[in-house]
Design a protein around this ligand. Structure first.
Ligand SMILES: Nc1ncnc2c1ncn2[C@@H]1O[C@H](COP(=O)(O)OP(=O)(O)OP(=O)(O)O)[C@@H](O)[C@H]1O
Length: 283
C-alpha cells in the first residue's frame, strides 16, 4: 500500500494523558497511523486499551496531549461535519422522525449549497441506502434498535464526511441484525468507497469488513501493536469466507494477537465460560 499517494488522514505520534485525582494517567503513547482515502480500518483491542480515545481525538472531541491529527492537510482541533461519528447507541433525537433526524444534519452541511428540493432528494437517497425509506416518517420509539442504527448511519453518510468514525456501531444489536448491518455496510462501501475507522470487539466483523485491522496493545500507554492487511477480494460473502483458508488465517492472526500476545487475565477467564462463537468477541 502506498502511504503517500492517497493519504487522507495522518494520526501522528499521539500521546493522551488524562489528569485524574490519583495523578496523570497515560492512556495512549505514540499512536501513529496513516490512512488512505477509501480505506476501511478496524480498531481492535481489549476493553479499556484506548480505542475510543483514539477515535475521540480524530473526531476533535479530545485534544491530544502531544502529537496530532491532520485531515486532508488541515490540523484537527475541534469537531466538524467532515468527520461524522456513529456511536453504539444511536443518539437520534427522540421527538424527530427518521427523516427529520437526517434533515437536521443535512441542513447543517448543505443549507447554502443545496436547494430544499435537492436536500429532500439527498435525505431520501441516504435513507434508501440503509433500507429505511419505508419507515422514514417514524420516530425512534416506533422502530427497532437495528433500524435506529441504520438511521444513525444514514445521518452520518448524508453529511458526506471525509471520514466516517464508528464506535462499535453494531455492538448493541443481536447477532442476526448485526450480520444484516454488516452486509448493508459492505454494500454501501462498494457504492460510496468512504474512508472509515470502526471500533469493534468482534474479530469476524473486523476481518469481514476491513482493508486493515489495527490491533492495539493493552493500556496504560497503549499503542498500535500490529497492523494486519486484509487482502480479500470484494464483494465479500460471509458464507464463502467461512470456508476460505486465507480468511481463517487472518482471523487466527487477530485472535493470536489478542489472546496470546496481549493476554489479559480477565479476558481469559471470561472466554472460558463463553461459547466458541462469542469467544471471538474481545473483552
Ligand atoms: N476522560 C477521561 N479521564 C480519565 N481517564 C480516561 C478518560 N477517558 C478514558 N480514560 C481512560 O483511558 C483508557 C482508555 O479508555 P477508552 O475508553 O479509550 O478505551 P476503549 O479501548 O475504548 O475501551 P472499551 O473497549 O471498553 O470501550 C481507560 O483506562 C479509561 O479509563
Amino acid at each position: 500500500m502506498s502511504l503517500t499517494k492517497n493519504l487522507l488522514l495522518d494520526i501522528s505520534k499521539i500521546d493522551m494523558v488524562f489528569p485524574t485525582p490519583k495523578g496523570d494517567f497515560t492512556a495512549l503513547k505514540e499512536v501513529d497511523l496513516k490512512i488512505n482515502k477509501g480505506e476501511f480500518i478496524s480498531l481492535i483491542g481489549h476493553s479499556g486499551c484506548g480505542k475510543s480515545t483514539v477515535l475521540n481525538v480524530v473526531a476533535g472531541l479530545y485534544q491530544a496531549t502531544s502529537g496530532g491529527v491532520i485531515l486532508n492537510g488541515k490540523e484537527v482541533n475541534q469537531p466538524g461535519p467532515e468527520r461524522a461519528v456513529v456511536f453504539q447507541n444511536h443518539s437520534l433525537l427522540p421527538w424527530l422522525t427518521a427523516y427529520q433526524n437526517v434533515e437536521l444534519a443535512v441542513k447543517q452541511v448543505f443549507a447554502k449549497t443545496k436547494s430544499p428540493k435537492e436536500m429532500q432528494e439527498w435525505i431520501e437517497y441516504n435513507l434508501k441506502l440503509v433500507h429505511m425509506d419505508h419507515a422514514m416518517h417514524k420516530r425512534p420509539d416506533e422502530i427497532s434498535g437495528g433500524m435506529k442504527q441504520r438511521v444513525g448511519i444514514a445521518r452520518a453518510l448524508a453529511m458526506q464526511p471525509e471520514v466516517l468514525l464508528m464506535d462499535e456501531p453494531f455492538g448493541a444489536l443481536d447477532a442476526l441484525t448485526r450480520a444484516h448491518m454488516q452486509d448493508s455496510l459492505m454494500e454501501i462501501q462498494d457504492e460510496l468507497n468512504n474512508t472509515v475507522i470502526m471500533i469493534t470487539h468482534d474479530v469476524d466483523e473486523a476481518v469481514l469488513l476491513s482493508d486493515r485491522i489495527v490491533m492495539m496493545t493493552n493500556g496504560p500507554a497503549a499503542t498500535i501493536g500490529e497492523i494486519l492487511d486484509i487482502n480479500l477480494e470484494r464483494p465479500r460473502s460471509r458464507l464463502e469466507l467461512a470456508k476460505d483458508p486465507i480468511y481463517n488465517q487472518y482471523r487466527s492472526e487477530v485472535l493470536t494477537f489478542l489472546y496470546e500476545k496481549q493476554r489479559k487475565v480477565e479476558s481469559i477467564s471470561k472466554t472460558k465460560t463463553e461459547t466458541s462463537s462469542s469467544a471471538t468477541n474481545v473483552a
